[in-house]
Ligand binder design. Structure first.
Ligand code: PDD
Length: 285
């Protein structure tokens, strides 16, 4: 049984609870982060902590703990749960003042903070990354502030279910013909050695893995272009891949039934996965 963290306490998972009036539960009024763990250490903790602060700020929510305390809680959970490879999930909601109301409760309402670990042995040496992912495209009907990492994940869940029903692994979201991002990852194509990914705006989540991968790609003298690309351009690309904290760099080998890079992971995606894993292990805390 896992030890989890709830509002200042470390508890067995079956003893942890939050109010039925919690605004995270009633209104999806909360934000989250997922940080990966390799070799028992946190990958890019700083990036996740900075994005969390930004998400909270954009929603006029206050942080219930300092960045230092947050790091200490992450490390304690990794330690007590014996996580060598896995994930730490963190969620902060606006809390509850004991009833349901659309209006935000008073600013001194105590936010709810929950953290738990997910043990995932083999996260780095993932067989799925050697095979590559099959993607379908679906319309992006999410709200307009996708840069805020909120817990409103119903449409991404539905997208994953549509992919599963279609015999695919995941879905890319398309708006006005252009790919925004994946259901839970950022999306990239490769054309003639050039890595192409949508630029940052309110339309997509500013991926922490995205920032690291683009920096590493540029350091390795790879060409990067941040611009919109259509789903048609993606189907005609030499390679494609996604990035996220939970899957690192994941090669894409099929989009809407069209095979890419001969149906096997592309050279650049494979290389970026190696570089990313090596460099983030070195920088882990
Ligand atoms: N998802 N875009 C969306 C919509 C996401 O949900 C995520 C992360 C990303 C990639 O961001 P990062 O590199 O910071 O993980 C992009 C997490 C992993 C999740 O929901 O489990």
């Amino acid at each position: 049984m896992r030890t989890v963290y709830v509002n200042g306490n470390y508890l067995p998972e079956n003893e942890a609870s939050v109010s039925i009036f919690d605004r995270g539960f009633l209104m999806a009024d909360g934000v989250y982060e997922v940080t990966s763990v390799l070799d028992g250490k946190l990958i890019d903790f700083d990036g996740h902590a900075v994005r969390l602060e930004r998400s909270l700020h954009e929603l006029d929510m206050r942080a219930p703990v300092s960045k230092e305390d947050l790091l200490a809680i992450h490390r304690e959970l990794v330690k007590v749960n014996g996580i060598v490879e896995g994930l730490v999930y963190l969620q902060i909601t606006r809390g509850s003042d004991g009833d349901r109301d659309f209006i935000f409760p008073s600013p001194d309402t105590v936010p709810t903070i929950v953290l738990f670990t997910q043990n995932k042995p083999g996260l780095a040496d993932n067989p799925a990354a050697r095979k590559g992912a099959k993607i379908i495209s679906i319309e992006d009907i999410r709200w307009g502030r996708r840069d805020i990492k909120t817990v409103q994940l119903l449409y991404p869940s539905m997208g994953k279910m549509m992919a599963k029903k279609a015999g695919a692994d995941d879905a890319w979201l398309v708006e006005d013909g252009f790919v925004t991002e994946g259901t839970s990852n950022n999306a990239y194509i490769v054309k003639g050695n050039k890595i192409i990914t949508r630029g940052l705006s309110n339309d997509i989540l500013h991926g922490i893995t995205r920032a690291a991968v683009l920096r590493l790609a540029r350091e390795a003298q790879m060409e990067v272009e941040e611009r919109n690309f259509t789903i048609e351009e993606a189907k005609a690309a030499d390679e494609a891949f996604t990035t996220s904290a939970s899957a690192f760099v994941m090669p894409v080998v099929e989009i809407d039934g069209v095979s890419l890079s001969g149906g096997t992971p592309g050279r650049i995606a494979t290389r970026l996965r190696e570089i990313y894993l090596d460099e983030s292990r070195k920088a882990a805390v």
